[in-house]
Design a protein around this ligand. Structure first.
Ligand SMILES: [Zn+2]
Length: 248
C-alpha cells in the first residue's frame, strides 16, 4: 500500500490475521479486552522497536512504521473531516494517538490498558497502541496492518462523535470494521492510497482466517464477530463506502 506521496513501492498484504487480532483486542469506552489471541513476534525487548529484521515487502524499519502511523492518522483525519463537512457538520480530529510499551502505562477512565492491544478511549478521545506489538505485526503482515488498525480505531472515535452506541459490542465492532473498510476503499478510489495487484485477495484471505472463535456467543462482551462477519462488514464498507455502514 502506498500513499500518494509515493514514498516507496507498494508493500503487499501478507495477511491480516494479526490486524484482526488487533481489532479483537480493541477497547471501546472503559472495558479492556486483551483478546487472548496469539501475539505477533515481538521485537527486541529493549522497549524500542528493533530494526534488524528484513521483510520481502520492505516494510521493516521503525521509520517506515512511524511514517505509516502518521500517514494513516492524517489520511483518516482528512477523510472524516471531509465526510463531516459534506453533511454540514464541524469535525474535531481525535485528540491524540499514543504509543505505549507497558501494561498500565496508559489508562482510560481509570482502567489500565494492557499490552498487546490497541484501543480508542472514549473518555479522553485518544487512540493508544502497544508500539512493540504493533511494530511486530507490521513486520509480519505489512504496512496495511497500520492502516487497518488506525482505520478501525479511528472509526470508534467517529462513532462517539456521531453518538452511535449499540447495545452489543459486536454491533459496535462490525460497524467499525465497515467504516474502516469504507475509509480504505474510498481512499483507494480517490487515489490517496494505492493497492498492489493481489492485495485484495490476500486481504480477504487474512480476514477469513481470523475472527472470534466459532463457540464465542455473539452477545458476549468482547465479541467482535466471526471471521465471516468481519470480512463481510469490512468489504461491504470497502466496496460500497459509508452507505453500507448504517451510520444514520
Ligand atoms: Zn474495535
Amino acid at each position: 500500500m502506498t500513499t500518494r506521496v509515493g514514498r516507496r513501492p507498494g508493500a503487499s498484504l501478507v495477511g491480516l490475521a494479526v490486524a484482526l487480532v488487533a481489532a479483537a483486542g480493541c477497547m471501546v469506552g472503559g472495558a479492556s479486552e486483551p483478546g487472548g489471541a496469539p501475539a505477533p513476534e515481538q521485537p527486541a525487548s529493549s522497549g524500542t522497536p528493533g530494526a534488524d529484521a528484513t521483510r520481502a515487502d520492505g516494510t521493516n524499519s521503525v521509520e517506515e512504521f512511524q511514517q505509516d502511523v502518521a500517514d494513516a492518522r492524517s489520511i483518516a483525519e482528512r477523510y472524516w473531516a471531509a465526510q463531516f463537512r459534506a453533511s454540514g457538520q464541524g469535525f474535531q480530529p481525535i485528540r491524540r494517538v499514543i504509543p505505549y510499551r507497558r501494561s498500565g502505562e496508559v489508562t482510560c477512565g481509570g482502567q489500565e490498558i494492557p499490552r498487546n492491544n490497541a484501543v480508542y478511549c472514549t473518555a479522553s478521545d485518544y487512540i493508544a497502541y502497544d508500539v512493540n506489538w504493533s511494530f511486530g505485526a507490521f513486520r509480519q503482515i505489512g504496512d496495511a496492518f497500520v492502516f487497518y488498525l488506525l482505520g478501525h480505531e479511528y472509526a470508534h472515535g467517529i462513532q462517539t462523535r456521531l453518538g452511535i452506541r449499540y447495545n452489543f459490542t459486536i454491533q459496535q465492532e462490525l460497524q467499525a470494521d465497515c467504516m474502516a473498510g469504507a475509509f480504505l476503499g474510498d481512499s483507494v478510489r480517490s487515489g490517496t492510497l494505492r493497492l498492489d495487484d493481489g492485495d485484495l485477495e490476500e486481504f480477504r484471505d487474512g480476514l477469513l482466517a481470523v475472527g472470534d472463535d466459532p463457540d464465542q456467543p455473539w452477545f458476549a462482551e468482547d465479541s467482535h464477530g466471526t471471521a465471516e462477519q468481519r470480512t463481510d462488514a469490512f468489504f461491504r464498507g470497502y466496496e460500497k463506502s459509508l452507505d453500507a455502514c448504517d451510520l444514520t
